[in-house]
Design a protein around this ligand. Structure first.
Ligand code: NAD
Length: 385
């Protein structure tokens, strides 16, 4: 079996799907690894490191696709809708594609790949079960996102984060409000605490309050009904406009008091709920910072725009959509760990080849989106209508 790693060609993408260290656990299976030249350079992994780990370097993407039984990518067509189209001419029937592909955001791309005969696994659809935690790219990359969001806010803010008592006077700590305490949000809370800020956290899921407090932050409770805020897959549910309207009214008072607001509330496959409206931002002091981590799908903050620096009456609003690419080495290390565990899970004990059996493994069933010329995920079929 030949497994290929290609150079990511999405603009600004610096991650790589497999790092040289992951070749060690992959020795358990009978695989030859081929790497497109330069695939890991932007993440800090030169070709020589892959060669030293036993991989073969090939000169082009076309070569990698031509040789491979399995292609590993951070972003396949769905999450790379323009540059990723080159792959439609390179992919072979029966070839296995594993990686991110934004299946809920771009189901049409899954259909296009299916029509080429590819067998595609969407790692965004890893089920939220304990056994699959080590394969979960959304969680691993959200960890980096939450951390990075705080660092950006800290460098953009006109203040320092920690309390400082100096001979020149006392500087009061910055106040940071993190809305949505999932993986990214909890990491943002932890990072802001480490930098010495006073941190407030809020989540619609009641159980998140304890997690917020365990990091030394204050859990804000708006006393809003939030029973059943999670779907059976463990993701936040769409709670309806009436709920969000109430939430925005309560939230505006807390937002106004803070120097930094970081929002992380996303609903997979849906437009993000609007949590901080323009009126709430109007109440913030000039020089304050808002980082909207949900900007890619419409945003949690009314005046935010994806990947645009918005100056709203002196409040800087950022909507970064690919923060893991700004920390490409560690983001790739985690992504590579996820994809390696996923690959090894496809190999049955005592065997060396991949077995794809959705009937027997809910991880395979959850992530397999295209096979034998068809879209095989019911969820995506429904979206395609
Ligand atoms: P996410 O990216 O889907 O959403 C981010 C957070 O925003 C969530 O905590 C969500 O509750 C919150 N949110 C959504 N709407 C909101 C609103 N209107 N107001 C305030 N907050 C809102 O979530 P996530 O980061 O992927 O994780 C959510 C939970 O799932 C976490 O507890 C995480 O630990 C858990 N998780 C479990 C597994 C597993 O068991 N394998 C894997 C991943 C995540």
């Amino acid at each position: 079996m030949i497994i290929a790693v290609v150079r990511e060609n999405f603009p600004g993408e610096k991650r790589v799907a497999l790092i040289p260290a992951s070749l060690v656990p992959l020795r358990k299976i009978d695989a030859e690894i081929v790497v497109e030249t330069g695939a890991g350079v932007a993440a800090g992994f030169p070709d020589a490191d892959y060669e030293a780990a036993g991989a073969k370097i090939v000169p082009s993407r076309a070569d990698a696709f031509a040789q491979a039984d399995v292609v590993l990518q951070v972003r396949s067509l769905g999450s790379n809708p323009v540059a990723g189209r080159v792959d439609l001419d390179l992919v072979k029937p029966g070839q296995i594609l594993i990686g991110g592909c934004d299946p809920l955001g771009n189901p049409a791309a899954i259909q296009e790949m299916a029509a080429k005969g590819a067998t595609q696994f969407a790692l965004e659809l890893i089920p939220r079960i304990t056994r699959a935690q080590s394969m979960d790219i959304l969680s691993s990359q959200a960890t980096i996102t939450g951390y990075r969001a705080v660092l950006i806010a800290a460098t953009e803010l006109h203040k320092i984060f920690p309390l400082m008592m100096t001979a020149a006077g006392t500087l009061s700590p910055a106040k940071v409000f993190v809305i949505g305490a999932g993986v990214a949000g909890l990491q943002a809370i932890a990072t802001a605490k480490r930098l010495g800020a006073v941190v407030l956290g809020y989540d619609v899921r009641k159980e998140a309050q304890e997690q917020i407090e365990s990091l030394g932050a204050k859990a804000v409770d708006f006393q809003l009904e939030s029973g059943g805020a999670q779907d059976k897959g463990g993701y936040a549910k769409d709670l309806g406009e009436e709920f969000y309207k109430k939430q925005r009214e309560f939230m505006a008072n807390t937002v106004r008091e803070c120097d930094v607001v970081i929002t992380t509330a996303a609903i997979p496959g849906k437009k993000s709920p609007l949590l901080v409206n323009t009126a709430a931002v109007n109440g913030m002091r000039p020089g304050s910072i808002v980082v909207d981590l949900a900007a890619e799908r419409g945003g949690n903050v009314e005046p935010s725009e994806a990947d645009v620096r918005v100056d709203h009456n002196g409040v800087l609003i950022l909507g970064p959509t690919n923060l893991p690419a700004e920390v490409p080495q560690h983001a790739s290390q985690m992504f590579s760990g996820n994809i390696t565990k996923f690959l090894l899970n496809l190999v049955k004990k005592g065997e060396k080849e991949l077995t794809i059996d959705p009937e027997k493994d809910e991880i395979v069933a959850g992530t397999l989106v295209a096979r034998g010329g068809d879209v095989v995920s019911n969820r995506i079929r429904e979206m395609l209508g």
